[in-house]
Design a protein around this ligand. Structure first.
Ligand code: CP
Length: 330
């Protein structure tokens, strides 16, 4: 799919406030990432209390606009907004006026008439979140655009690794599978390298983007390489993004035999992650998915606090001192 043309935010008409968006991991530097992870940790502590609702974003409006299926991302953004006391609306393209042919521009203009503070958007087309920034005064968060970026997924993955392994600097992460179609892989490679981790991509040549090493990672087609990693990050086989008639793989059975993540291919104690939804028995063996070393459910829990941190950070315009942030939301 062609990338949409976008207007940079600093090209906004005079008098319009400059807004902060989270469209890509490239919008963040290491300080931003560390601040967001620390804020998420504070929210994690706040959520251990019996009453989990915090008054922080009372009076704010957050719209979730999903043009693609989602369970984890849509539910966690909605719950994150609710936990922070924001008003929230969730709109799926199916069942909305998109079914009648309404354009993304007109949908963005329509929803912006409610003066939302944040629009969270998932869309199959690369650049759709950037396009929305042209037609709204809201902050825009990319919840996944085509095979381009999924920045909050990468942040929640970093948070999970940091919580589980106690560090990010120096970690070795093997990302396994369908890198070619994966926005999760692109966002994670960028984020992991930014925080000082090393990344090895593992998978068939047909599912490895040419030149991806330029992002600072290594590439191998040998599944045995996963044994050297601290974390094995398994990607979903994105059957829906593989164009009909194309021959990325001889068969899923062959993929599983060559690159499926099984207990036999892992070292004891190696942590395993997957962004979900999982194709059990294809890219990940059910015994791995259900093992005590699987962090999959932990990733989902991380998604809530990380998305709370992202909404909070965007709407409070920048760094916060974490102890006072906790008091403020307490
Ligand atoms: N990881 C992820 O984006 O999952 P959903 O498609 O369920 O949101």
């Amino acid at each position: 799919m062609a990338e949409l043309h976008v207007m940079r935010d600093d090209q906004r008409p005079p008098g319009k406030p400059v807004r902060r968006h989270l469209l890509s991991i490239g919008d963040l530097d290491r300080d931003d990432v560390e601040r967001l992870l620390a804020t998420a940790q504070s929210f994690g502590k706040a959520l251990e209390r019996e009453v989990k609702k915090l008054p922080t974003l009372r009076g704010r409006t957050i719209i979730n606009l999903f043009y693609e299926s989602s369970t984890r991302t849509s539910s966690s953004f909605e719950l994150a907004a609710k936990r922070l006391s924001a008003d929230t609306m969730s709109i799926k393209s199916s069942g909305s006026s998109v079914d009648k042919g309404e354009s993304l521009k007109d949908t963005a203009l329509t929803l912006s008439a409610y003066d939302p503070d944040v629009i969270v958007i998932r869309h199959p087309q690369i650049g759709a979140p950037q396009l929305v920034t042209r037609f709204t005064d809201a902050h825009v968060v990319n919840a996944g655009d085509g095979k381009h970026q999924h920045p909050t997924q990468a942040l929640l993955d970093l948070y999970t690794m940091q919580e589980e392994l106690g560090r990010l600097e120096g970690l070795h992460v093997a990302i396994v599978g369908d890198v070619l179609h994966s926005r999760v892989a692109r966002s994670n490679i960028q984020a992991l390298i930014m925080v000082g981790a090393s990344v090895t991509l593992v998978g068939p040549p047909s599912l490895m983007p040419r030149g991806i090493e330029a992002m600072g990672c290594e590439v191998t087609h040998d599944i045995a390489a996963i044994a050297h990693a601290d974390v094995v990050y398994v990607l979903r086989m994105q059957k829906e993004r593989m164009e009909a008639g194309s021959a990325f793989l001889p068969s899923l059975r062959e993929y599983t035999a060559m690159w499926g993540v099984t207990p036999e291919r892992l070292r004891p104690g190696q942590k395993v992650m997957h962004p979900g939804p999982m194709n059990r028995g294809v890219e990940i063996d059910a015994r791995v998915a259900d093992s005590s070393d699987s962090l999959v459910e932990r990733q989902v829990r991380s998604g809530l606090v990380v998305r709370m941190a992202v909404l909070y950070d965007l709407l409070t315009h920048g760094p916060v001192a974490i102890p006072s942030a906790v008091q403020e939301v307490a």
